[in-house]
Each structure stands twice: as structure tokens, then as C-alpha cells.
Ligand binder design. Structure first.
Ligand code: HMG
Length: 384
């Protein structure tokens, strides 16, 4: 039975900061960010946008197309959780008006958990082939101001449905996966900024990739030549390029661009979307590939610090383009509003009140949902 991604939708904040603006403010050569890190802009969520509103804004596009009919489970992957107990997916369940007969749960393992969700979803669909699972990955990458990580911030959400006989990408059964208890990147509960040992995190990302790829290649009997394209976890686009160069040693710049270039277009604009990043890459590839990828195999690498890495693959379904939301994604990115450096810092410092009082958040531009305020320690969401 073919099981995989039936429809996929991407959403990011309506606001961005140009990395050249950041470079100027920090006294850094802009080429370091644009060429060395490989990022043009980064998505910045205003105070009334969070992982819940981004997730609901991504998923509502699927609902409007009837793609959520038959969904029995909602798996929400994030490392920017809004509550220690209540799953962020419960708010989305309410905002989207999903049926009562629905399992809802939140999953965490840094940027890897959306792939764990995909795997679980495939198991559920294998047991009940007429059912569907909605997977949503939604995150906000936030580092300390002025730190090396600052230029690799970003935000975004991807919602996708897993079903039998999928329209977009069937997922192969083979996989290579690897875990190691390391401190390359983490965020204690009392901090809102991630802590990171940046260079070490890059080494571990590659170490996990090599181990996962070796296992995948042994199990599947495939080599790099069996793939038309590759999508990597994209903390910044140069990291994906470095990763592929490790597997395909000596690859020319032209071939590198051919096999990963289209997958990096959206991430170069949205920045790191943590759990969603690999899936932003898949969306970007399918939306932007001039070549018809029907029947072609795509290599996929998911990495979450701490760490878990998984190499797996999928085959693009014939007629997949009819199921894509390419116009919506490109309109979203082209209509974003640029922030000044001062506006970026003001938004960065706008904290979530913790006093339990009533707070109404200023209205910024968001998608169809916004985080309206707080009351008695409860988050209040509304449809715009
Ligand atoms: P840094 O140390 O300030 O940067 O921060 P650098 O000095 O290494 O420079 C970066 C690149 O720019 C280098 O390229 C420089 O040569 C180049 P490389 O040598 O590596 O190829 N460069 C220039 N290029 C052109 N013109 C110039 C110029 N100047 C320098 N003038 C670092 C870099 C990535 C460490 C930092 O941004 C950071 O800590 N980021 C956060 C951590 C991260 O993203 N790690 C990635 C792997 S871990 C991961 O992916 C998991 C994660 O998503 C979290 C999760 O799983 O939840 C992060």
C-alpha cells in the first residue's frame, strides 16, 4: 500500500527582517549572512502570531480544499510549545472546527519531531487505510540578540495530511536513523531563547547524517544516483549545502544547485522553522521545480538537535502538481512586510505577560487567526 503526503501547505509570518539590515546593525559584512550562512531574510512573528496561529493558518488552506475530511488524528510537532500540559494542537483543533472524534497530541524532539509524527501517522494509516492524519509542524527560531545564532532565526509552519494512495509523495519504508545524547542545542523551560554550541551542532548534524545515510543505503541498496533531488533539514541554507557535499564528495557547484537548489528557496526567505524546516524544503522543491518530478525519488534528511537524525525517501506521485498550493505560498512570501531594525528589536522584546491579568495584544498583520491576548493565564485566539 502506498502511504504518504496527500496535501501540504506552508505558512510563515507576514513580517521579515532583511539580513543585510541585521548585518549593518551588528557591524558584520552582509556577505557573511547572505553568502556564508546563505540567508536573505528571516520571518519575524509579531506579538499576536505564535505557533498556534501559524499552524492554523497553514492547515486552514487544507481544510478549505476538503483535504481534512476523514482526519482522525492531529499530531502537532513543535519545540516552541505554548503550554506545559495542553497540546498546542488542541487550540488548532478548536480554531479549525475539527471533529470531536479526533486524537490530538504534541510531539517534541527538537527539529526532528515532525518526522516522528510522519512515521506515527503512517502506522495509523496502515492500520486504517481509509483514515487520514493531519501533521502540523510549527516553530519560532529565536536566539539571543547579537549572538552568532541571531542570523539563523526564522519562523513558519507546514501542515500536511498523511493518507493511503497520496497525491503528492509516497514515503518509502526504508530508513536509517541515529540517536545520541548530546548538548549541541537546547532550551531550558525558563528561557525563551535557545542555547547553542553552534560549531558543535554543525558537526553533530553531519555525524548523524553520515550514520543515517549509511544505514539507509545498506537497507535499501540505493546509491546517491537513485535520487533526483534531496531535501535536508535547513537551519540555514548553507548547512544543507554542506550536508550534501559530505555525502556527494567532490560534487560540482552546478550539480549541487540542481539537486538541492529548489528546496532552499522558501527557507532562504523564512529562516529556520525548526520542526517544519525539512517540510518547508519539500514544499519549496515541489512548488519550484521546473522539471516534472512525477515518479522521481527524493532523498530526505531530518535532524533534531540533542540529537536524532533520520534519512528516508519518497517518490513523487504522478499529477502531484494539481495538489500543490504553489500560488498561495508564493503570494504569501511576496506580500510580506519588511521591518526596520528598530521594529525588529521592539517585537523581539515584546514578552508574553505572566501576571495572569487581562492583556489585549496590538493587532498586526497575520493570517486568518491571531493570538488576541491573555486572561487568567489563558491564551485567547480569534479568527481575523
Ligand atoms: P558564526 O560562527 O558567527 O559564523 O556562526 P562563521 O564565522 O562560521 O561564518 C559562517 C560562514 O560564513 C562561514 O562559512 C564563513 O567562512 C562565512 P564556512 O567556512 O563554514 O563555509 N563567511 C563569509 N562568507 C562570505 N563573505 C564574508 C564572510 N564572513 C564569513 N564576508 C553558526 C555560524 C551556524 C555557528 C551560527 O549561526 C549558529 O550558532 N547558528 C545556530 C545553530 C545552527 O543553526 N546549527 C546548525 C546545525 S544544528 C541544527 O540544524 C538543529 C537546529 O535547527 C535546532 C533543532 O534541531 O531544534 C539548529
Amino acid at each position: 500500500m502506498n502511504i504518504g503526503i496527500d496535501q501540504i501547505s506552508f505558512y510563515t509570518s507576514q513580517y521579515f527582517l532583511d539580513l543585510r539590515t541585521l548585518a549593518e546593525a551588528r557591524g558584520v559584512d552582509p556577505d557573511k549572512y547572505v553568502i556564508g550562512i546563505g540567508q536573505s531574510t528571516m520571518g519575524i512573528p509579531p506579538p499576536d502570531e505564535d505557533v498556534v496561529t501559524m499552524a492554523a493558518s497553514a492547515a486552514v488552506q487544507l481544510k478549505e480544499r476538503g483535504a481534512l475530511d476523514g482526519v482522525e488524528t492531529l499530531l502537532f510537532a513543535t519545540e516552541s510549545g505554548v503550554d506545559q500540559s495542553k497540546a498546542a494542537g488542541m487550540f488548532v483543533h478548536g480554531l479549525l472546527g475539527l471533529p470531536e472524534r479526533c486524537r490530538v497530541v504534541e510531539l517534541k524532539q527538537a527539529c526532528y519531531s515532525a518526522t516522528a509524527a510522519l512515521r506515527m501517522a503512517m502506522g495509523l494509516v496502515a492500520m486504517r487505510p481509509k483514515s487520514k492524519v493531519l501533521v502540523i509542524a510549527s516553530d519560532i527560531a529565536r536566539y539571543e540578540l547579537g549572538s552568532p545564532g541571531e542570523s539563523t532565526q526564522g519562523c513558519g509552519a507546514v501542515a500536511f495530511t498523511i493518507s493511503a494512495d497520496p497525491r503528492v509523495l509516497s514515503i518509502d519504508p526504508e530508513a536509517g536513523f541515529y540517536a545520541d545524547d548530546v548538548m549541541d542545542f537546547w532550551r531550558p523551560n525558563y528561557l525563551s531563547e535557545a542555547q547553542v554550541n553552534g560549531k558543535y551542532s554543525m558537526l553533530i548534524y553531519i555525524k548523524a547524517l553520515k550514520a543515517a545515510w549509511k544505514q539507509y543505503a545498506e537497507e535499501s541498496g540505493r546509491s546517491l544516483d537513485d535520487f533526483a533531488r534531496f531535501c535536508y533539514h535547513i537551519p540555514f541554507t548553507r548547512m544543507a549545502a554542506k550536508a550534501h557535499q559530505k555525502l556527494a564528495r567532490g560534487i560540482s557547484d552546478e550539480d549541487l544547485e540542481k539537486v538541492i537548489g529548489e528546496s532552499l528557496i522558501y527557507s532562504r526567505e523564512a529562516g529556520n522553522c525548526y520542526t517544519a524546516s525539512l517540510y518547508v524544503g519539500i514544499t519549496s522543491l515541489l512548488d519550484n521545480a521546473a522539471e516534472d518530478l512525477s515518479g522521481k525519488r527524493i532523498g530526505l534528511y531530518s535532524y533534531g538537535s540533542g540529537c536524532v537524525g533520520e534519512f528516508f525517501s519518497g517518490v513523487v506521485r504522478p499529477g502531484y502538481r494539481d495538489a500543490l498550493l504553489t500560488d498561495e505560498h508564493q503570494t504569501l512570501l511576496s506580500e510580506r512586510v519588511e521591518l526596520t531594525f528598530q521594529q525588529y528589536e521592539d517585537i523581539y522584546h515584546y514578552g508574553i505577560p505572566t501576571d495572569g491579568g487581562e492583556h489585549v495584544f496590538p493587532q498586526y498583520r497575520t493570517g486568518p487567526f491571531r493570538f488576541a491576548g491573555m486572561e487568567s493565564h489563558k491564551r485567547i485566539y480569534e479568527r481575523v
